[in-house]
Design a protein around this ligand. Structure first.
Ligand code: MRU
Length: 343
């Protein structure tokens, strides 16, 4: 075990105000995002099966955070003497769209399959994600030549990553640099990642934001109130198409219509060069109840069913800027992504 990496990594992660994922005393602790913002409760997990269930049930969510949790899931399996192939299978099947999950599991397969080496690899991934986010946030904020007003969607902050966040990391850094005039957060129906999680993160860090109903985005742009839409990604195909939280595509169409810039912020682990275009990205469908009810209370009339895809695909042609830790691409396309991924 590389103790220097472990100690330095833990120190960097512990310095974060919001810590969605913690490794303590040989167990994985996940901040239960289903219960935020009402309660801050950590769920202790001891097996890969429990981690897979927590990912599926959205105790932990957000593409990079899912990948990191899955990596710790493999480390737990090795420590408990579980069958590793079964652990890999359970974790890989926990959610379909975020490619970071498969990317993280593939990285775990590259190291010796013993408990020490697997834990070290999971911690390294955890620490690396935080470093990448800090770097992307600087690159993203550098694209703003004057103070900006941003609309963001879903939750792409500390909760969705090892810390700082991807799109919300850019918002945070822009705020710290005095480049943020205002930020609007879409509530993100039906799971309310914007209303529950992004709003909670902004308040915790003293950034004043305004919540909008998802359906208010068009009016917001028509009024000329925002300069940039800044979002994360769950999977970026080789041609630059981006799968992200349902509603992202509508924001991209609206942004283009209103002359508002559209930025995607994601680590290279979100880029899937094996998937040619957005059409091939598996889109997760979740249970109808998530749409028919709010906080466990049925709001839709009886007798109606629901279509509940939780991601959509934004064509590359609608993306002005893609920020990754490897660099910034304007108008990403197949050729630019290939060059970027060779670096
Ligand atoms: O269903 P979720 O909450 O896991 O969806 C999360 C998103 O769509 C995020 O925008 C994406 O994972 C990027 S998070 C840095």
């Amino acid at each position: 075990m590389n103790t220097f990496l472990t100690q330095a990594g833990h120190a960097a992660l512990a310095a974060q105000v919001i810590r969605p994922i913690e490794w303590r005393d040989g167990m994985l602790y996940l901040l239960d995002q289903r219960r935020l913002p009402r309660e801050e409760v950590y769920l202790p997990l001891a097996t890969a099966g429990q981690v897979a269930e927590a990912i599926h049930d959205m105790v932990v969510r957000g593409a990079p955070a899912i990948g990191i949790a899955a990596a710790y899931g493999v480390a737990l399996a090795a420590a408990q003497g579980e069958k590793l192939e079964e652990a890999y299978r359970l974790l890989a099947e926990s959610r379909p769209t975020a490619v970071n999950l498969h990317w993280a599991l593939a990285r775990m397969r590259e190291v010796p399959q013993d408990a020490g080496a697997l834990l070290e690899a999971a911690i390294a991934m955890h620490v690396e994600d935080l470093q990448q986010n800090l770097h992307m946030a600087e690159l993203g904020a550098a694209c703003f030549t004057a103070p900006v007003t941003i609309l963001t969607h879903c939750n792409t902050g500390s909760l969705a990553t090892a810390g700082h966040g991807t799109a919300l990391g850019v918002v945070r850094t822009a705020f710290l640099l005095g480049k943020l005039k205002a930020v609007y957060a879409g509530e993100t129906r039906p799971w309310l990642q914007g209303a529950r999680l992004t709003a909670w993160e902004l308040a915790k860090e003293g950034i004043k934001g305004q919540l909008i109903a998802d359906s208010a985005a068009a009016s917001l742009m028509q009024d000329g109130r925002i300069n940039w839409v800044v979002v994360g990604a769950d999977r970026i195909a080789a041609n630059g198409d981006v799968a992200n939280k349902i509603g992202t595509y509508s924001l991209a169409v609206l942004a283009r219509h209103h002359g508002v810039k559209f930025m995607v912020v994601a680590p290279s682990g979100t880029i899937d060069m094996q998937t040619g275009s957005g059409r091939e990205i598996p889109i997760e469908q979740r249970v109808a109840d998530e749409l028919l009810a709010i906080a466990g209370q049925r709001v839709a009339a009886d007798g109606i069913d629901a279509w509940n895809p939780v991601f959509d695909v934004t064509p590359a042609s609608l993306i002005d800027v893609l920020v990754t830790e490897k660099g910034v691409l304007e108008h990403p396309d197949a050729e630019k992504l290939q060059t970027l991924m060779r670096q």
